[in-house]
Design a protein around this ligand. Structure first.
Ligand SMILES: Cc1ncc(COP(=O)(O)O)c(C=O)c1O
Length: 284
């Protein structure tokens, strides 16, 4: 067999795992990726097993805890990041909201985004501007698709009081990939946090978040990673964690004393989580 036919055979057997690809040519991964049969089976088996042993109680909890940890570690290894940097969420939108609302905004702060961001993210910046008197401006990166330098343009639009810069790793409207390592350096030198909307990059690009140097990376499993709707995550750089306060707060993100009273946040990415325990397991 030639190397081309080996590759074709591999591709064919990979595609065979996806029922959605049997009868169509599918291009909508940017909206919702197709799911492999194995993932659908794992979800159904999890639900059936939990009903069999519980569905609520010590045995179910004992079973679910290592499953959740395994899911977190699998995600972390895909992103080349320590597992304690990962928060399990429902999607990109929730991850972006955790990062955007968790900053201790002051009146007069500046928030910078590009002219290629998702409407959901733009709407959130508008509400932050309204509530906290934060100034939101946009830098023109769309025109840099085939010429110009996005890093220079971002640097020109930063201000001394820019607290947060929000950019997509891959633009949803033009497909442009931003050079995040250089952008992260420019933001760090300006003492600005950098939030990345990874809707169109996680699962599409090889990623090493530890090297990339961004502060927050909000991704989802339901697009290019071909997972179920409702499975997403947020990476928070360890150095940024103490500055980012939890907005959604729940039992699974806190430390309680022996009277079941909350006394602290968990020390890792779980502090931002507010998911039902079974959902956390199904994310895996
Ligand atoms: C750039 C971008 N950001 C955010 C979203 C919303 O993603 P989610 O459904 O995971 O919240 C999308 C969805 O298409 C997107 O393309």
């Amino acid at each position: 067999m030639t190397s081309i036919s080996v590759a074709q055979t591999k591709l064919h057997s990979h595609r065979e795992q996806f029922p959605a690809l049997a009868n169509k040519t599918y291009f909508n991964y940017g909206g919702q990726g197709p799911m492999p049969q194995r993932a659908m089976d794992a979800i159904a088996q999890t639900q059936a097993y939990v009903q069999q042993i519980g569905p609520f109680g010590n045995e179910a909890y004992r079973w679910i805890a290592p499953q959740t940890q395994a899911a977190r570690e699998a995600i972390a290894s895909e992103l080349y990041a320590p597992s304690e940097t990962i928060t399990l969420t429902q999607n990109v939108t929730v991850g972006c909201n955790i990062a955007m609302w968790g900053i201790d905004w002051h009146s007069g702060d500046h928030l910078l985004l590009s002219d290629c961001e998702h409407p959901g993210v733009i709407a959130t910046t508008q509400e932050i501007a309204r509530r906290f008197a934060v100034e939101v401006t946009t830098c023109p990166l769309k025109a840099t698709l085939n010429e110009g330098d996005p890093v220079t343009i971002i640097a020109q639009h930063l201000r001394p009081n820019t607290r947060l810069v929000i950019l997509s790793h891959v633009f949803w409207n033009t497909g442009q990939v931003l050079p995040l390592d250089k952008i992260a350096e420019v933001c760090r030198n300006n003492h600005s946090f950098l939030l990345i909307d990874a809707a169109q990059s996680a699962g599409l690009l090889p990623l090493n978040l530890t090297e990339l140097g961004v502060d927050f990376y909000a991704f989802t499993g339901h697009k290019w990673l071909c997972g179920p709707a409702g499975a997403g995550g947020l990476y928070v750089r360890p150095e940024a964690r103490e500055s980012l306060k939890p907005t959604f707060i729940g039992l699974n993100g806190i430390v309680v004393d022996n009277q079941s009273q909350p006394v602290d946040w968990l020390p890792d990415g779980r502090r931002y989580e507010c998911l039902h325990w079974l959902i956390r397991c199904i994310l895996g």
